[in-house]
Design a protein around this ligand. Structure first.
Ligand code: ADP
Ligand code: MG
Length: 249
């Protein structure tokens, strides 16, 4: 019998700790992300935001605590781990596209290799996804021939092609020239409106206000504060959040 309640969170972190040597980078993190929720994670550099994302994808093993996806603990290895990596999409600051593959190949590679999709199906869906993020006409180019904003939109299409349950965005616009930030955020707002579950590390307050259900503020490896975007940006409670916001706003 399936005893998981219908309201079980999609991602659940309980008592998660992580050290790098003497550095305690994740401290007793308890965090639930519901299906369809858009969670924005904000906090100073070095506070553990990337490590948190990498832990959810098991790119970074944790020292203690548990992380569950859809009610199941994250797998350690093997095929289950490969499936986890397709269930948990990741979009990085630095795009991480394969430089010697075309835009289209970048998007079809995962479905062909991991999902064992048929070539024609993978291609058709990739073109639809490239269309959805507004770069279909770039399909046969190499990543370096695209602008940063276009490359990041390809990276989003590549993540979507795996049919993930959740996508983690780690500062997806911080390496972009300012004029390209909006086009990437617009795609992300669209995904949010379509019901995609998203964890987004970003300081883009406009995005948080438009798309986030909840903001969590991290400092020194701890979740210091959680609130709605409106509450958080207008009336942060902790001194650390106040200090941080006074520097970025
Ligand atoms: P953020 O994304 O919030 O800037 P990170 O999660 O990248 O923070 O890093 C948290 C802390 O862990 C930082 O002090 C960083 O230098 C350290 N750190 C991150 N990755 C490693 C690693 N692989 N080895 C050692 N220290 C690391
Ligand atoms: Mg980071």
């Amino acid at each position: 019998m399936d005893v998981t309640p219908a309201t079980a969170p999609l991602v659940r972190l309980s008592g998660v700790n992580k050290h790098f040597g003497d550095l305690h980078v994740l401290r007793d993190i308890d965090l639930d992300v519901d299906k369809g929720e858009v969670l924005v994670v904000i906090g100073p550099s070095g506070s553990g935001k990337s490590t948190l994302c990498r832990a959810i994808n098991r790119l970074e093993p944790i020292d203690s605590g548990t992380i569950e996806l859809d009610g199941e603990p994250l797998p350690e290895e093997g095929r289950a781990l490969a499936r986890l990596r397709s269930d948990v999409g990741m979009v990085f600051q630095s795009f991480n596209l394969f430089a010697h593959k075309t835009v289209l190949e970048n998007v079809t590679l995962g479905p062909l290799k991991v999902r064992k999709a048929k070539k024609a199906d993978a291609r058709k869906e990739a073109l639809e996804l490239l269309d959805r993020v507004g770069v279909k006409d770039q399909a046969d180019k190499l990543p370096a021939q695209l602008s940063g904003g276009q490359q990041q939109r390809v990276a989003i299409a590549r993540a979507l092609a795996m049919h993930p349950k959740v996508i983690l965005f780690d500062e997806p616009t911080s390496a972009l020239d300012p004029e390209m930030v909006g086009e990437v955020l617009d795609v992300m707002v669209g995904l949010a409106r379509d019901g995609m579950t998203m964890v987004v590390v970003t300081h883009e307050m406009g995005f948080a206000r438009k798309a986030a259900n909840r903001v969590v503020f991290m400092a020194d490896g701890q979740l210091v504060e959680q609130a709605t975007p409106e509450e958080f940006f207008t009336n942060p409670r902790s001194t650390r959040a106040k200090d941080f916001l006074s520097k970025i706003l």
